[in-house]
Design a protein around this ligand. Structure first.
Ligand code: AMP
Ligand code: MN
Ligand code: MN
Ligand code: MN
Length: 278
């Protein structure tokens, strides 16, 4: 039986496992189709191309993906691209642009944190990230290392999370631009974890309408650590806006016990799975 997980991260962004480690774990969990969707980078896919992955071929299909950061109405919204050509010009260009934005955003966040009385976190966060795509989790980890906050959760809840000083979303390209990058690479555009954005139902429906206007094709109906009832709510949005449904754990790290690779609520029967489009 097929088991899909179409949203996961590696050490190339803010995950903790290398791509081969992630794939081994996916096989162990019985996943047959795994999309690796790092934040604004496809480096894990390019690394896999350099390796002999024949041993995986019969056991698991690896789907080439990415999770692009975008903004909608000044809020950060994540758009997953599935089945992309990771060497397409639009991906090369998009990733380069996003990488530049991430470095600049780090400086902006550091500046804002300084105004809150913290020392400059720029260099230390870059060192934590090493050669991973720099993100807020690296800043959070550095703040913990320096004893500036008690733990990563507190770094987000007080300073970096949605609506806090270090939440800088206006830097990202709009949804239309990101969908275009994905389509130009032959991929399918999917709104990631739509229930996680802090917005009213009315606003969420407006996001869906704008995404449909931009020719976005699917939304994640089932995500990791999702409360009961949400899948049904998302399935209703699929029906209303004619979207296909995606499923994915958004796995980052085996130490995060609230998310298991390959695990998410059951896809409601009425949904058309996104893999029909692969
Ligand atoms: P960024 O891609 O730099 O905007 O950072 C967003 C990432 O931070 C998400 O993909 C999550 O992996 C992580 N994140 C968001 N909120 C939290 C939180 N409350 N605690 C820990 N990690 C979080
Ligand atoms: Mn992440
Ligand atoms: Mn996300
Ligand atoms: Mn993710």
């Amino acid at each position: 039986m097929n088991k899909y997980d179409l949203h996961s991260h590696t050490l190339c962004s803010d995950g903790s496992l290398t791509a081969p480690q992630l794939i081994d774990l996916a096989i162990e969990k019985g996943v047959t189709h795994l999309a690796i969707t790092d934040h604004d980078t496809v480096r894990a896919h390019h690394q896999l191309e350099q390796q002999n992955t024949a041993a995986y071929d019969e056991r698991i299909s690896i789907i080439k993906g990415i999770e692009f950061s975008s903004q909608w109405n000044n809020m950060g919204v994540h758009i997953v691209g599935l089945n992309i050509d990771t060497h397409a010009d639009s991906i090369t260009k998009g990733v380069a642009q996003q990488t530049g934005i991430r470095f600049k955003r780090l400086e902006t966040i550091a500046h804002k944190l300084k105004k809150c009385g913290f020392p400059d976190v720029t260099q230390g966060s870059l060192e934590v990230a090493d050669d991973s795509q720099i993100g807020r989790p690296h800043i959070a980890k550095y703040m913990v290392q320096q004893g500036l906050v008690a733990n990563v959760g507190q770094a987000f809840s007080k300073y970096l999370g949605a609506g806090k000083v270090g939440d800088v979303s206006s830097v990202w390209p709009d949804v239309e631009q990101v969908v275009e990058w994905i389509h130009d690479a032959g991929g399918i555009a999917v709104i990631a974890h739509p229930s996680r954005y802090k917005m009213t139902r009315t606003k969420r429906r407006r996001l869906m309408a704008d995404f449909a206007d931009a020719d976005g094709q699917a939304i994640e109906v089932c995500a990791g650590n999702q409360v009961p009832g949400v899948a049904e709510e998302m399935a209703a949005l699929c029906e209303e806006f004619n979207f296909h449904a995606s499923v994915g754990s958004d796995f980052h790290n085996p130490e995060y016990q609230w998310v298991t690779l390959g695990k998410y609520p059951k896809l409601p029967k009425a949904c058309r799975p996104v893999w029909e489009l692969f």
